[in-house]
Design a protein around this ligand. Structure first.
Ligand code: 26V
Length: 817
């Protein structure tokens, strides 16, 4: 595709869509037009991929996730279709930048954080590896709330992302399926002597799929992300004549629950879970039946992945379809189900483990209720005598009238994995230890990874160019080739070029900060970044306590010698998470205090950027010098911003938690600042119950001054918030050991400061971080899922020669201009 041809296509689209000339088009209109061109160009490949999949009859994976967080898609699609440079050139002719055009796309923010973003990174890798793997989820009418700060407080606004349409999606009316809720179910013996369910009452809504192409990286392979939206069943329009009844229905897929915690007890959430699970499974079974294979062979063609417990109803729903609709015997259906299903756990926080009252499932999903009870009964029956009764009482699915969704997912899957080595080990030894005793072979680890294309090639073009010029372009296909950068460890020119790329990214972020917050920051200061959801266990408060310590240092001695620092935060708090919101308020007030204190002489700046999301992450990460990964050891399952920041040359300050440990192992102790309690030490405190936050406070004047600052008027304009924080630390004995880790943290910060002041040393550390980040590519992670769990191969992998593309009817007209 030449630049000229792309321009022609763009013009045609501008004419057709808006009836204006191309040079009259706004960036928003140019986005619409270009996205249309892109869509037209991949539609042939998309169709062909589906056709080949059916023809080749290969096994496919279906990733069920209640969240997907792709962010913007234009640039990623352009890159993957080899249109990026041409698009840049066309816009240059038109006097706009591709960035300005791309910026007008609304983020697709159908997720809360790590879990949803991981799902999207996996979608990108599945397609880029040519693997047959599709996503299945919910098309929320409103994405994750938009965050504003008013007087330092978080305020939530709706994210009306579909208002001006979504160019990427295709509504598939003909693939709609019915979803049944409520009523009663009786089992009656049919003529064939088998028990069959008879439904009474209840209601049936319609699930309509919207498909989005997941474009592979320069390989003509496109998978599908299928998101379901609720609609009134066509034959039932009359029943939904009133506004109220229509509203009740539309509510089902209206909002993403904004808590990255569990939503136990919320009926609509339970209905959402069943809605996308049932719709997805129905559509998979329908597809499978087209293959004309016996149901017993299903696991040779279908792998279903349960991403955290929200889609755990996949287990009883597939059982329902196999037993009730396809007439299979329970045992046969069960054997198929377990072979098809696999499950990933994403958190060890006990509060986050999902449970539903049996009463609610009975009422909302009566057939699921019966099937879950039968799965539970058979589990106990089969294991009786094999394992101690007490163990079975702890592992059974229904305990104290609650359905434990993790138990359901584990019992119904052949594979259970955690998302980093430490996390997977803790699942085996602590959190899911009882299940490990029963099913040791099911447990495995799959360390998370990130989409290196989005987080380096697209987000950090200055660095990407330096890499191309030094190590060549092979890293773009194979991130492990970033290792080649180690050859330049002593190369002053390359080290300087990397530093220059960082500086230009910092300048761009400084402009953004100025523009959005009015705060002026100096790009020669250290940009110290903590970006992630606001949770007590992630310890944003520890970061703030160190900031206060530095503030007092400069106040006491204006000649303090540390290098100037800009502390940058990005974080949303769940609207109902009162404590997290208090921390936001206090950070904002500390920012106000320090940024306006002239005696600080710009040595410290604190910036809390509003509305942290994928697009903002793409601006912050390339500009970061320091990456804050300071969760209490054992609490962060993996983390993925740690990987993104490392890939962009930031130096990590970290506890030995989640994937930080593997990052340390990859880059060596000398290239990361590790501090704090280890997981063993944390568990020791739990066992001995001998932690006293007060003892630390009492014996340490520095700590006292910092902690007192929350209540002694040092920080203006906080009232209850400061007291809450103070009490959490002292009255409630500091659940996440901030006081215990405070000095170790300050010490690590000091080491970072010293390292930064030695420019050459810093540049080398930064280089080593980039060079060793290839290991954390989602391509690698997905390859492992494909080989060990899903047993899927790339499309055409079984055919070595000739080139797979030549087997398709016509070579798709993409990419090769
Ligand atoms: C929920 C809750 C709710 C109660 C309070 C504590 C807490 C902690 C975490 C969660 C989130 C559960 C699901 C989740 O988003 N997990 C994240 O998954 C990422 C991808 O695997 C992983 O990198 C993060 O470490 C993990 O927190």
């Amino acid at each position: 595709m030449t630049k000229e041809r792309l321009r022609e296509l763009l013009e045609t689209n501008v004419h057709e869509l808006f009836a204006i000339e191309i040079d009259e088009a706004s960036p928003q209109e140019l986005f619409q037009a270009l996205a249309n061109v892109v869509k037209q160009m991949y539609s042939e490949d998309w169709r062909q991929t589906r056709k080949n999949l059916l023809l080749e009859d290969q096994k496919q994976a279906y990733y069920f996730s209640i969240e997907f967080l792709p962010g913007k898609m234009l640039k990623s699609n352009l890159l993957n279709m080899q249109l990026f440079e041409q698009a840049e050139a066309v816009f240059e002719e038109l006097g706009v930048s591709l960035d300005d055009v791309a910026e007008t796309e609304k983020d697709m923010a159908l997720g809360n954080g790590g879990l949803g973003r991981l799902a999207s990174c996996f979608m990108d890798s599945l397609a880029s590896l040519g693997l047959p793997g599709n996503g299945n989820g919910i098309r929320y009418r409103y994405g994750l709330f938009k965050q504003k700060f008013i007087d330092g407080h978080q305020v939530e606004l709706p994210d009306d992302w579909l208002r001006s349409g979504n160019v990427w999606e295709v509504r598939k009316e003909s693939k709609a399926v019915p979803i049944r809720f409520g009523g009663q179910v009786y089992l009656v013996t049919g003529e064939d002597g088998k028990l069959a369910p008879v439904y009474e009452g209840g209601f049936t809504w319609r699930a309509v799929p919207y498909d989005t192409a997941m474009v592979g990286y320069q390989n003509h392979h496109l998978n599908t992300l299928r998101l379901w939206s609720v609609e009134v069943p066509a034959e039932d329009e009359a029943h939904y004549a009133t506004l109220e009844s229509r509203q009740a229905l539309e509510n089902l897929t209206a909002v993403l629950y904004p808590d990255d915690s569990n939503e136990t007890g919320k009926r609509t959430r339970l209905m959402q879970e069943y809605f996308f699970v049932s719709a997805g499974i129905q559509s998979i079974v329908r597809y499978y039946k087209k293959l004309n294979l016996p149901l017993a062979m299903m696991s040779e063609r279908v792998a279903i992945h349960i991403n955290d417990t929200h889609p755990a109803l996949c287990v009883p729903e597939l059982m329902r379809i196999l037993v009730d609709e396809e007439g299979l015997a329970w045992e046969k259906a069960w054997s198929i189900t377990v072979k098809v299903m696999s499950y990933t756990n994403h958190t060890i926080m006990a509060e986050a483990l999902e449970k539903w009252p049996v009463r609610m499932i009975e009422e909302v999903l009566p057939r699921m209720d019966q099937i879950i009870k039968e799965i539970d009964r058979r589990f106990v029956e089969t294991m009786q005598g094999v394992h101690p009764q007490a163990l079975l009482e702890r592992t059974r699915i229904i305990i104290d009238d609650q359905v434990h969704m993790a138990h359901l997912a584990i019992v119904g899957s052949h594979s259970v994995n955690g998302v980093a080595k430490l996390h997977s080990d803790l699942l085996k030894s602590v959190v899911l230890h009882d299940f490990y005793l029963i099913y040791p072979a099911r447990f495995n680890n799959k360390t998370n990874g990130i989409a290196q294309r989005r987080w380096l090639q697209l987000a950090n073009q200055p660095l990407a160019k330096v890499l191309d010029q030094s190590i060549g372009t092979s890293w773009r296909n194979d991130p492990l080739d970033l290792q080649l950068l180690k050859n330049y460890y002593e190369d002053e020119t390359v080290l300087q070029q990397i530093a220059d790329a960082k500086m230009s990214n910092k300048r761009a972020l400084a402009r953004y900060i100025q523009h959005t917050t009015g705060v002026t920051v100096d790009p020669t200061a250290i940009f110290d970044v903590q970006i992630k959801r606001l949770h007590a266990y992630k310890r944003q408060l520890l970061n703030l306590m160190h900031i206060l310590k530095l503030y007092f240092e400069v106040k006491d001695d204006p000649t303090a010698t540390f290098h100037p620092r800009v502390f940058i935060f990005g974080a949303k708090a769940a609207p109902s998470y009162h404590y997290a919101k208090s921390i936001i308020k206090v950070i904002n007030e500390v920012a106000n205090l320090i940024n306006h204190d002239e005696s600080i002489n710009d040595k410290i700046k604190v910036v809390f950027l509003e509305n942290y999301n994928v697009s903002l992450a793409e601006k912050i990460i390339p500009a970061a010098d320091v990456s804050e990964q300071i969760s209490l050891a054992s609490k962060e399952a993996s983390g993925t911003s740690n990987m993104k920041l490392m890939l962009n040359g930031a130096v990590t300050i970290a506890t030995l938690d989640g994937a930080n440990i593997e990052i340390r192992d990859a880059i060596g102790d000398e290239n990361i600042a590790i501090f704090g309690l280890t997981e063993e030490e944390v568990y020791q405190y739990y066992a001995q119950r001998n932690y006293s936050a007060y003892a630390y406070y009492e014996s340490d004047p520095v700590l006292q001054r910092v902690v007192n600052a929350f209540i002694d008027g040092t920080i203006p304009n906080i009232q209850v918030e400061g007291r809450e924080i103070f009490d959490s630390l002292l009255k409630y004995n500091d659940e996440y050991f901030l006081l215990r880790d405070f000095h170790a943290y300050c010490d690590a910060q000091h080491r970072v400061d010293i390292a930064y002041q030695d420019t050459h040393r810093w540049q080398k550390i930064s280089l080593m971080n980039i060079a060793n980040a290839g290991k954390f590519s989602a391509d690698e992670t997905v390859r492992n899922y494909a080989a060990d769990i899903w047993q899927i191969d790339p499309l055409f992998a079984h055919i070595k020669e000739p080139n797979a593309a030549s087997l398709t009817e016509s070579v798709p007209p993409l990419g090769n201009s």
